[in-house]
Design a binder for this molecule. Sequence first.
Ligand code: NDP
Ligand code: 8X3
Length: 243
Amino acid sequence: MPTALITGATSGIGEACVLAFADAGWNVVATGRRAERLAPLERDNVRTLAFDIRDEEARDAALDSLPEGFREFDLLVNNAGLALGLEPAQAASLTKWKTMIDTNVTALVSITHKLLPMLVARKGAIINLSSVAATYPYPGGNVYAATKAFVRQLSLDLRADLHGTGVRVTSIEPGMVETEFTLVRTGSQETSDKLYGGVNPMTAEDIAETILWVATLPPHLNINSLELMPVNQSWQAFAIHRE
Ligand code: NDP
Ligand code: 8X3
């Protein structure tokens, strides 16, 4: 059975991916910081590792501790990530910006770099969580959106370098998915509930099923990027300021 490493598995899309891939018979290694959220995911075919994705030493020690059968990956799902704040750039926190860059960009680049030789040897795949924010600017998106644009472009450029290796790379670009994302972004459950209320947003399971579908397509087929939105989300006109 193939083995998937899924980051950010303590909630939302990552957790749903772990369950979807495990149910489909894959071996899964699930990671995140909150060990108490990982424990219930453990099954015969699921191992969990608690570490901060930004901490390369902790990451490597955790990966080295994996038992036989869970040490070689056919799929890396780079899902761990976060948005912090919705303030305009001129009022935003530099600390929050750096946390988003360290997590969504630097840590993703580092774990991808570490696993690439193995993925090439096994003709594996990488599925990266980008966002509609990579393409469509919105007020307060600023650095979060920029990290997701990085993720999308990295996905495409990886494909160029991996040409001929058989390794597949996909950028998944969702709009509104109801998870802990907005709670983490704003610190307020009420704000999160208001944002998703009445929208019928996508669920973590919707995205996990899509990711499983992408991962199980015939090996000659690569989905480069895939943008998804709930039906009740679309675009607005340009904002015009009049003096
Ligand atoms: P959640 O907040 O529910 O899940 C985020 C996951 O990332 C958690 O498991 C969290 O684990 C993990 N994570 C965050 N920081 C770290 C860290 N430093 N080290 C290890 N793990 C970390 O949000 P979603 O499921 O919605 O988000 C998953 C991905 O999907 C993100 O990359 C997000 O940007 C992207 N996305 C989400 C959309 C949405 O509308 N929800 C839309 C488009 C993209 P823990 O805190 O336990 O470490
Ligand atoms: C999360 C979706 O639109 O809140 O990436 O930025 S959005």
